[in-house]
Write a protein of this length. Structure first.
Length: 181
């Protein structure tokens, strides 16, 4: 790879790696796996960087690559054999990660638990539509499906989250998509 392309790629990683990591965390629910997914996606983007720079959407390419890495990881046999049951005995140390060092509210925790409980494609649709603020068409391109599928997956995902949350009625001021759970 040429030095100019290498420098552009480094700049791209510096600008977008943190956002990719947060998106990966929302998809998988584990900071360590999120870091692995981002690293895998960036390796793939690096390999295709000369082609990627010819397009006007390197962020979209990286987002789609990250999403596909996560879906591939979900299909791995060792992921299927492990089932989560009950509560983890140790709590998450929020201070360990600077992105979540701020105070978290109970509502955000409940929203994240509900998001983690829905199927992967529905979760991906919700994260792309509401956290990444992509349009239906952009989400369809990222997921590799039709716009109708995005709409139905989003509707089903929202219904599943509503069922998981029960009677919780979030206030608009409590939902700040810029902050993580």
């Amino acid at each position: 790879m040429r030095k100019v392309d290498e420098d552009r790629f480094r700049g791209f990683v510096q600008d977008h790696a943190a956002a990719m990591r947060r998106s990966a965390y929302l998809l998988c629910g584990d900071w360590h796996l999120a870091e692995d997914l981002v690293q895998t996606a960036l390796i793939k983007v690096h390999g295709a960087w000369p082609r990627v720079t010819r397009t006007d959407h390197p962020v979209g390419y990286a987002r789609t690559t990250l999403l596909r890495c996560w879906l591939d990881e979900r299909r791995r046999p060792w992921r299927r054999s492990e089932r989560r049951v009950g509560q983890v005995p140790d709590g998450v140390n929020a201070v360990a990660d600077p992105a979540v060092a701020h105070q978290r509210t109970d509502l955000r925790d409940e929203l994240f638990v509900a998001l983690s409980s829905i199927p992967p494609r529905q979760r991906a649709a919700l994260v792309l539509r509401f956290f990444e603020a992509l349009s239906v068409a952009e989400t369809a391109r990222a997921l590799g499906c039709s716009e109708g599928t995005v709409k139905s997956q989003t509707a089903r995902g929202l219904a599943a989250m509503k069922a998981a949350l029960g009677d919780v009625k979030p206030q608009p001021a409590d939902l700040n998509c810029g902050e993580l759970p």
